[in-house]
Design a binder for this molecule. Structure first.
Ligand code: OMP
Length: 214
């Protein structure tokens, strides 16, 4: 694990964005942990989060033309990432987001901000079973654009429909590179290293055993 990944986990724990307990996921699975990006709920926290995404993109992200933040949760994430790419990495990149419902007056359309053309880099919070990310791929299909990559804060590394992780399935089916700031394995490594939240470790390990990919 890199130092910035450890700092990210500590930052998420400090603001209770990453919590341990019992949570029902969108997929119906009962998880011993949950990452709620919406809990980065002040300007400074959102800016710091954007800084982690920007660092991940600058470090390992694919080539892209426009950042796309899928509604709703991806919108502030893409905005904060664009700001920090400009501030910290001297990269002033165009960014846009979609509406959930197309607007038929004013400027109209489904997208707001820069025109979603060319290679899009999707900024999202978490990938579990891959449902949300497949919706974004479908959204982009009619456009003169392609999803070149996806950056998420947490890759939960859970199996999708088969033995591969949801992310591996997306990479295989769509040829899209997926980058994450941290994975579930990094979170477990952090717990093991520090001894923090030791009481949750058995449930966390059991969950990886049941739903994780090796
Ligand atoms: P999938 O669509 O199954 O990949 O689930 C991803 C979505 O689940 C995210 O965009 C979140 O809305 C939500 N989620 C979290 O935010 N944090 C988690 O730790 C787990 C989930 C989830 O429900 O799986």
């Amino acid at each position: 694990m890199h130092d910035y990944q450890r700092r990210f986990i500590e930052f998420a724990l400090e603001h209770e964005v990453l919590r341990f307990g019992e949570f029902t996921l969108k997929s119906g699975r009962t998880s011993p942990y949950f990452f709620n990006a919406g809990a980065f709920d002040t300007g400074a926290r959102l800016s710091a989060l954007g800084g982690f995404y920007a660092d991940a993109i600058a470090g390992a992200g694919p080539e892209f033309d426009v950042l796309l933040g899928p509604a709703y949760k991806g919108i502030p994430l893409a905005a904060a990432t664009a700001v920090r790419l400009a501030q910290d990495h001297d990269r002033d990149v165009p960014w846009c987001f979609n509406r959930k419902e197309a607007k038929d007056h004013g400027e109209g359309g489904l997208f707001v901000g820069a025109a979603p053309r060319g290679r899009l880099l999707v900024i999202d919070d978490v990938i579990t079973a891959g449902t949300a990310i497949r919706e974004v791929i479908a959204l982009v299909e009619p456009l003169d654009a392609e999803v070149a990559g996806v950056v998420v804060a947490v890759d939960r590394r859970e199996r999708g429909t088969g033995d591969l992780s949801a992310i591996q399935e997306v990479e295989r089916d769509h040829g899209i590179a997926v980058t994450s700031i941290v994975t579930f394995d990094d979170i477990i490594e952090y717990l093991e290293e520090t001894g923090r939240f030791a009481e949750h470790l058995p449930a966390v390990r059991a969950y990886r055993e049941q739903y994780g990919v090796s």
